[in-house]
Design a protein around this ligand. Structure first.
Ligand SMILES: Nc1nc2c(ncn2[C@@H]2O[C@H](COP(=O)(O)OP(=O)(O)OP(=O)(O)O)[C@@H](O)[C@H]2O)c(=O)[nH]1
Ligand SMILES: [Mg+2]
Length: 421
């Protein structure tokens, strides 16, 4: 009962910081003026009530947000990359796909407008204007923009029932569901045969809707009796209800009133949901004999009851036609409450520098240093001196010392190799 797609989402890359110096007519030695790169855009999944399926992603498996623009001279900041918004139907569950072990659910987008960031864009690199100090007025160092996050995610559409099929146990809910859909719930002449909600798709002419049997509603269900309590919340999101009562019960109208009381005690909004009442089992002679009496007892309560037999199919087409009619005029209720924006970070960021040895070479893993190296022309001796200061600032020198580095050893970070002094 799930529609499911797997996609790869990538945040935009951050723009590179710029190395540049002020050049003005009356200023002989202009200061550093390299602007920062813009941030890469995020990939955001948003629930939208006008979207009805995940079909759009069958063709679009790779989704990438825009990159940030590079920083420019005169301290001009590069433009941020635009976020990429992926719209999905309300009721989509978003999970992070794990290569090892089980996937992690990161958001259940239950309301229109709810959203989750599934891949953060990379931060823009700092321009050289940021690296000026009292002792170094002309830094030639700038940061490269950070790569955006890349994640494999799974979008799953929870089928939300349009119509809830409710009523006391044993009234014939499963029999009705089996008669109108391809669902095959267990049917038996004792209560609580059905132990969890069962969904079926009902087709009526050109239209279709999802019908859910809500099991286990009994007196005290709102207090946790029976099974119904767990399932009452499923009813909240349906558009309307079919309330089935057993025609062979001593008082069908009273049965309905009692179940409705349970609904309103659980959530007053449930009691206001549109309801079609259907009296079942009219094939039984003792029920047929009382039809007028039962009709009147519902009329007294201000309700028009339909009469059906789930077993023989009598009255079922009329009940389904009426359901489709009513559905057209009911909007899906939006659950109240604030719209939440969730951010998901599977990978920790800003990790401490690490050092490991490959042969005689000490290899440094330090994202921030790698970005500086990648964004800077490392040839000039002046730049090399500056690099030394950043090694200290970022804790790389300490990590190397701990790893036992000596003067003359080879060090590598990113694509740059040098000798330790
Ligand atoms: N004569 C007659 N019996 C019916 C009819 N509908 C259901 N039954 C019988 O009523 C009993 C209960 O039917 P189910 O469909 O399992 O009822 P349910 O409401 O799903 O019950 P639970 O899931 O146990 O709460 C079974 O023995 C059915 O055969 C009907 O229209 N006429
Ligand atoms: Mg059942």
């Amino acid at each position: 009962m799930f529609d499911r797609v797997e996609i790869v989402v990538t945040g935009g890359k951050g723009g590179d910081g710029s190395v540049s110096f002020r050049r003005e007519k009356w200023v002989p030695f202009g200061g550093p003026a390299g602007g920062d790169g813009g941030d890469g855009g995020d990939v955001i999944v948003v629930a939208d009530s006008t979207v009805t399926s995940l079909k759009a992603f069958k063709q679009k498996r790779y989704c990438r947000a825009a990159n940030g623009r590079n920083g420019r001279d005169k301290k001009r900041h590069g433009k941020n990359g635009e976020n990429l918004i992926l719209t999905v139907p309300v009721g989509t569950v978003v999970s992070y796909k794990s290569q090892i072990g089980s996937d992690t659910i990161i958001a259940d987008l239950e309301q229109a407008g709810e959203q989750v960031v599934v891949a953060k864009g990379g931060k823009g690199g700092l321009g050289n204007a940021h690296f000026a100090t009292s002792t170094n007025q002309a830094p030639r160092i700038a940061e490269k923009g950070e790569e955006g996050e890349e994640n494999s995610i799974i979008l799953e559409l929870k089928l939300i029932a349009d119509v809830g099929l409710i009523g006391y146990p044993n009234v014939g809910k499963s029999t009705l569901l089996a008669a109108v859909s391809a669902a095959r719930p267990k049917i038996a002449s004792y209560p609580f045969t059905t132990r969890e909600p069962i969904l079926g798709v009902v087709e009526v002419g050109q239209r279709s809707f999802v019908l859910a049997e809500i099991p286990g509603l009994i007196d005290g269900a709102h207090l946790g009796r029976g099974l119904g309590h767990d399932f009452l919340r499923h009813i909240v999101r349906t558009k309307m209800l079919i309330h089935l009562v057993d025609g062979s019960s001593s008082s069908p109208a009273e049965d309905r009133a009692k179940v409705n009381t349970e609904l309103s005690l659980f959530d007053s909004a449930l009691a206001k949901k549109p309801q079609l009442v259907a009296v079942n089992k009219i094939d039984l002679p003792q029920v047929r004999a009382r039809l007028a009496e039962i009709r009147d007892s519902f009329a007294v309560a201000g309700t028009r009851a339909l009469f059906v037999s789930a077993a023989t199919g009598e009255g079922i087409p009329e009940l389904m036609a009426e359901t489709v009619n009513r559905l057209q005029s009911v909007p899906r209720p939006e659950a109240g409450g604030k719209i939440v924006r969730k951010v998901f970070h599977p990978q920790p960021r800003g990790v401490a520098p690490r050092v490991h040895k490959e042969g005689d070479t000490f290899v440094v893993t330090a994202p921030e240093l790698e970005r500086i190296i990648a964004g800077t022309d490392m040839v000039s001796p002046q730049v090399r001196r500056e690099l030394g200061r950043h090694l200290v600032r970022l804790g790389v020198s300490r990590a190397l010392a701990k790893a036992g580095v000596k003067s003359g050893d080879r060090i590598r970070c990113g694509n740059f190799e040098w000798e330790w002094e």
